[in-house]
Write a new protein. Structure first.
Length: 248
């Protein structure tokens, strides 16, 4: 069982990490811009768009993306990590599709791996976008109402300068915490996402074990996810302490 879990976990780790990078970058940028233009049509539009990420079922969004970009427009490859032609030509060394295809020296296989990652990564990233955007906006607005920000404005500092030089450095602890929470939520969302996209990760492994009634595999997979949560939270606390002197 442990061998099976370790064999499928890298696929989930790769998917969740890439989705986290996309979701965190877009979410933080959107949150900062929403705080900068709070109350504007831009603010309302972005918040409405991101809130749909928490409202739309993730499996429905995944099926919609497949139906549109794979079946209808044929812009993206089908479900799975690689096309069948590359399944037996790329040696699985690390368990990460991008690393294995890169090490194989096959440029076509590497591009194919990127194509297969695109849709599930976007679905998972959108799933976390609402919380990251909302909390970043809230943290920025709270920080912008403090006295030292008013002093910076009185000295003639521009709003973007205030955001980039004063606000963001002082909310980095909050951003780290929000990002960690988003990563753990992606592990939960991976169960349905991997099933929809036939992604051979721990989410699909647990779904298969559930239908097969394999309680040992279910308990092992749940334990592995739980340990990942604990490690991520502890690592986040450590990073917050290292980067924010106020919590030391």
């Amino acid at each position: 069982m442990l061998h099976d879990l370790l064999a499928v976990f890298p696929a989930t780790l790769e998917l969740a990490t890439l989705a986290l990078i996309v979701g965190a970058v877009l979410g933080i940028v959107a949150g900062v811009l929403c705080a900068r233009y709070a109350g504007s049509p831009w603010d309302l539009a972005v918040r409405t768009f991101t809130l749909l990420g928490n409202s739309v079922p993730i499996f429905w969004l995944g099926l919609l993306m497949l139906a549109l970009f794979y079946a209808r427009l044929q812009w993206a490859p089908g479900p799975g990590r690689l096309d069948d032609i590359y399944q037996y030509t790329v040696e699985p060394r690390s368990g990460f599709a991008l690393i294995d295809t890169w090490l194989s020296g096959d440029t076509a296989a590497f591009k194919n791996a990127i194509g297969h990652l695109a849709l599930p990564v976007l679905v998972l990233a959108y799933y976390s976008l609402a919380s990251i955007t909302r909390l970043t906006r809230s943290a920025c607005l709270s920080e912008m109402n403090k006295e030292y920000i008013l002093l910076a404005r009185a000295k003639g500092a521009g709003e973007m300068t205030i955001l980039l030089r004063h606000v963001l450095p002082n909310i980095r602890g909050t951003l780290l915490t929000v990002t960690a929470l988003a990563w753990t939520s992606m592990l939960e969302g991976a169960v349905l996402t991997e099933t929809v996209f036939s992604w051979p990760g721990i989410g699909r492994y647990l779904t298969t074990a559930l239908f097969a009634g394999d309680t040992t595999a279910i308990m092992g997979g749940t334990l592995l996810i739980g340990v990942s949560f604990v490690l991520i939270n502890n690592l986040t606390d450590l990073l917050v302490r290292l980067t924010d002197p106020r919590v030391r």
